[in-house]
Design a protein around this ligand. Structure first.
Ligand code: ATP
Ligand code: MG
Length: 572
């Protein structure tokens, strides 16, 4: 590939709308271009890197025994209605109609499509276990597409779906995928942390996400260095502190609190810590009002709340609903209710004594509030987020907090789709039974961005050998026709050796060429210039190191081959 015949539109300046490193570098190195909000096109170099990742994914899936399919991306509404997700998928799913008015979704995921496919093909226990996968485009109308290809509206996912006769089978399929995922990410050169995850709209019981630790990650991870517990904050549990000993339970009494509403204002007004208040927030869970009560210093975790309520969706109630439920303006809600409303208490509420809550009356709070005495703890659940320094649910040590990018997700789905869509096979006794499912996704584009997040320096990308668009970046610094011919010969030598090479044959200054080589970041840089024309020495440099090695022409291909092999070896 000659630079002059290729298309590598590198940019000197950081694009103004790119805030994370990988997004900036992908644009600057000429790998992608923005088509419109949340949509990107891949230029030839970018597409090569994407291919490399795809190939690693494919190899590891095949090694794990999964079978590659290619599914339609238009999925009939009928399928989604069978599983009950036509509604549940909400606004993230892009829906369209054909000329006859038939409805489709541009698939955001393919559980339904694969379940239906397997239902029509497989009929006996002899056909199982089966793990079917594809590498295909997904469409999601994300509320906030951002960070370039990390969160886009259209992206490539490897999605796999396993079908087994029983839970032991599912466990084997799940572990095989877990191993495949570890291999995939380590071969791509990225370190991942598998964490316990929420199972969300997919349903099911058991799930882990593969996270890349990064300051720009949108996920919060809670990690225990002592016992190895790792979980996404959406899911992470924590031990609640024991009840502090109190000398005396105060009487419940009302206190006038004119215009004092927020926890911060209340803390100043009462001169008490935020943890001594009980904050009561009114939500709509699938349209019905619910009150959630948590300590004043804690954040409600809406994923946990949704799961605790068994709701499809929870959202903060509008002021009008809060006023209706509490008979008071917003800011004075409390669990000592005048009107009955479903109320969920965080597990930590039980241990609070002599607390302060809203009195469901304008400008008034209750102090001396004691759970159990002043209100019944009818419904208790884990509805607050674990944070740094909370106690590990497994061992009690202090949890640590980090941010992460989710690159992969594996779930034990259970029977949700095989039952709702009535997929059965005949077992050994000729009885029709529902197989049990797992599903496993990797964001291919997001993985590419994560590779760049983990492999860059002040000058540009530092591609790991396994996923680099090409292996060698050849910089020619030649003036005379003889010199140009000599560089061309080296280029031919590299190509003929079956090594992927991008040849910067432009008439540009060495400074410009080296800057571009660093920005694009191919793992090996080869320079043919003065020292070659004078002393027959070719300069070889690894992008990730600063040392330049000079090699004679006759030893040069062997040297490069050795480097490629070594770099591959580091990653497998
Ligand atoms: P997120 O929480 O980041 O929205 P998700 O839980 O919706 O992810 P899954 O449905 O588990 O994601 O999809 C599997 C994988 O697809 C994710 O691990 C991620 O790598 C990738 N992915 C999901 N949404 C996007 C997106 N909008 N853009 C790029 N990749 C995505
Ligand atoms: Mg999502």
């Amino acid at each position: 590939m000659r630079f002059t015949r290729y298309l590598v539109p590198t940019l000197r300046e950081d694009p103004s709308d790119a805030v994370v490193m990988s997004h900036r570098l992908m644009l600057r190195a000429g790998l992608i271009r923005k088509e419109s909000a949340g949509m990107y096109l891949y230029l030839p170099l970018g597409f090569r890197a994407l291919h490399k990742i795809t190939e690693i994914v494919r190899e590891e899936m095949e090694r794990a025994g999964a079978l590659e399919f290619l599914m339609p991306e238009l999925t009939s509404a009928e399928l989604w209605k069978e599983s009950g997700r036509w509604e549940a998928m909400g606004k993230e799913m892009i829906r369209i109609k054909d000329r006859n008015g038939l409805e489709y979704a541009l698939a955001p995921t393919h559980e339904e499509a694969f379940t239906a496919a397997v239902r029509s093909i497989v009929s006996s226990y002899r056909d199982l276990p089966l793990n079917a996968y594809q590498i295909n485009t997904k469409f999601r109308d994300e509320i906030r597409p951002r960070y370039g290809v990390m969160r886009s509206k259209e992206f490539i996912m490897k999605d796999a779906y396993s079908f087994d006769m029983d839970e032991e089978g599912l466990e084997r399929s799940y572990q095989a995928m877990r191993t495949a995922y570890r291999n995939i990410f380590s071969r791509c050169g990225i370190e991942t942390i598998p964490v316990e995850a929420d199972t969300g709209a997919m349903g099911g019981s058991n799930s882990e996400e593969f996270m890349v630790a990064s300051e720009v990650g949108e996920e919060v991870l809670l990690l225990c260095a002592a016992c190895g517990y790792k979980a996404n904050q959406e899911r992470a549990e924590y031990r609640r502190p024991q009840a502090a000993h109190v000398e005396k339970m105060e009487e419940l009494h009302a206190v006038d609190t004119p215009n004092v509403k927020t926890i911060d204002e209340l803390a100043v007004f009462f001169d008490r810590g935020a943890d001594e208040f009980l904050k009561s927030i009114v939500y709509l869970a699938d349209g019905r009002p619910v009150m959630a009560v948590v300590p004043g210093d804690r954040e409600i975790n809406e994923v946990k709340l949704k799961n605790a309520l068994g709701a499809l969706e929870v959202e903060l109630a509008p002021d009008s609903v809060v006023e209706e439920v509490t008979s008071a303006p917003v800011g004075f809600a409390g669990p000592i209710a005048k009107k009955p409303v479903r109320t969920v208490f965080d597990l930590s509420v039980r241990a609070k004594h002599n607390a302060i809550t809203g009195a469901n009356e304008k400008d008034r709070h209750y102090a001396g509030v004691n759970p159990g005495r002043d209100f019944a703890l009818n419904e208790e659940a884990d509805i607050t987020s674990a944070i740094k320094s909370d106690e590990c649910p497994k061992c009690g040590a202090a949890l640590d907090e980090r941010k992460g990018i989710e690159v992969g997700h594996i779930f034990k789905l259970g029977y949700k789709y095989t039952k709702s869509m009535n997929l059965t096979v005949l077992d050994e006794n000729g009885r029709a039974v529902h197989p049990i499912m797992g599903c496993y996704g990797i964001g291919v584009n997001r993985t590419m961005a994560a590779v760049i997040e983990q492999h860059n320096d002040g000058r540009g990308i530092v591609w790991p050998m396994t996923v680099a668009p090409v292996q060698v970046h050849l910089v020619g610094i030649a003036k005379s026709d003889d010199e140009i011919a000599a560089v061309d010969e080296i280029y031919d030598m590299i190509m003929n050796a079956g090594i992927e090479v991008l040849f910067d044959d432009r008439k540009a200054s060495p400074g410009v060429k080296f800057a571009d080589a660093d920005l694009i970041g191919m793992p090996i840089r080869v320079t043919v210039g003065k020292s070659f024309f004078k002393d027959d020495e070719i300069e070889v440099k690894l992008r990730r190191e600063s040392e330049v090695v000079r090699v004679a022409k006759n030893a040069f291909i062997r040297h490069i081959r050795g480097l490629i092999e070594e770099e591959w070896g580091r990653l497998s």
